[in-house]
Design a protein around this ligand. Sequence first.
Ligand SMILES: Nc1nc2c(ncn2[C@@H]2O[C@H](COP(=O)(O)OP(=O)(O)OP(=O)(O)O)[C@@H](O)[C@H]2O)c(=O)[nH]1
Ligand SMILES: [Mg+2]
Length: 321
Amino acid sequence: MNDTNDAPATGAGTDPGVSAGADGNTGDAGFRCGFVAIIGRPNVGKSTLMNRLIGQKLSITSRRPQTTRHRIAGVMTTDRVQAVFIDSPGFQQRNGGPLNRVLNRTAQQVAQDADVVLLVIDAARWTAADAQAAALLPAGKTAMLVLNKIDAVPDKARLMRIVQQAQQVRAFDEVVPVSARNGKQVDLLMRLCAERLPLAPPMFGPDELTDRSERFLAAELIREKLFRQLGDELPYDCTVVIDQYEESPRLRRIHASILVDRDAQKPIVIGAGGERLKRIGTQAREDLERLTGSKVYLELFVKVRSGWADSEKSLRAYGYE
Ligand SMILES: Nc1nc2c(ncn2[C@@H]2O[C@H](COP(=O)(O)OP(=O)(O)OP(=O)(O)O)[C@@H](O)[C@H]2O)c(=O)[nH]1
Ligand SMILES: [Mg+2]
């Protein structure tokens, strides 16, 4: 299965429309800067939304739940505001193994540290998992309900019912229906976020897009291709590590390993005659060349590391916070 239904990242918010600060200041004194956490259950489109908000394909997305495993910042800067969006792993209602525990802790921490929290839900329904995520939002924090995927919900009366259900769990400061896929109302969401950020100087340089290294983004892009190529065939216990990353101005030479949990999973990743691994490599290389603006030489290996996701200690060794 090849999941290519990714939203094109054309960018919504070149101008989030914050004029002077609330105190009427202009210039540096009126500059707003802060963190916007993107929270919600798996697969509601959090990463697609962040990419759309910042106008870049930064966070990986796929049709499968639990695509995002690491918090990642996406920075949007204008001459008046800097919004630092934090994409987080989808919030799990079931208490699964160590990986789920770590992912939930990450999501909760992200919400705690933010100036504004966006609870993203699928506009088609309000689920018990949404209610649980809403109930866990820190009290007293600016929180907005984002109903995503409105392109797929023709019945607008349904949205009203969902909003009522959500408001019973948490009094949201704003309710914003959007489509991360086609960008509808994402500029409005950007404006509402910007208005709520505190008056503060920028934390990132004007051209900085993320807090993550190129090496991290490379591993994530390979994992995205793996997820998209494998569909439902492989359980979640695979990850990607970068073994070697050589950087010169016009070339990146990268060796990466895909770690699977069991011997039997290896041929699934490699595919008949190595076809699948080759496709994963080609697609990842193309994305990496776009991201780095340089030529990329990518070599992929598949290795068995039994139990890599079985304990929090080994998860830490593989970069999970
Ligand atoms: N129709 C439609 N689909 C969308 C929209 N936004 C995202 N999707 C799709 O929803 C799926 C999940 O998107 P992601 O952005 O990976 O979702 P996520 O919430 O980050 O998922 P996790 O990282 O697993 O928690 C992908 O197939 C997206 O293409 C939207 O506005 N409309
Ligand atoms: Mg995600």
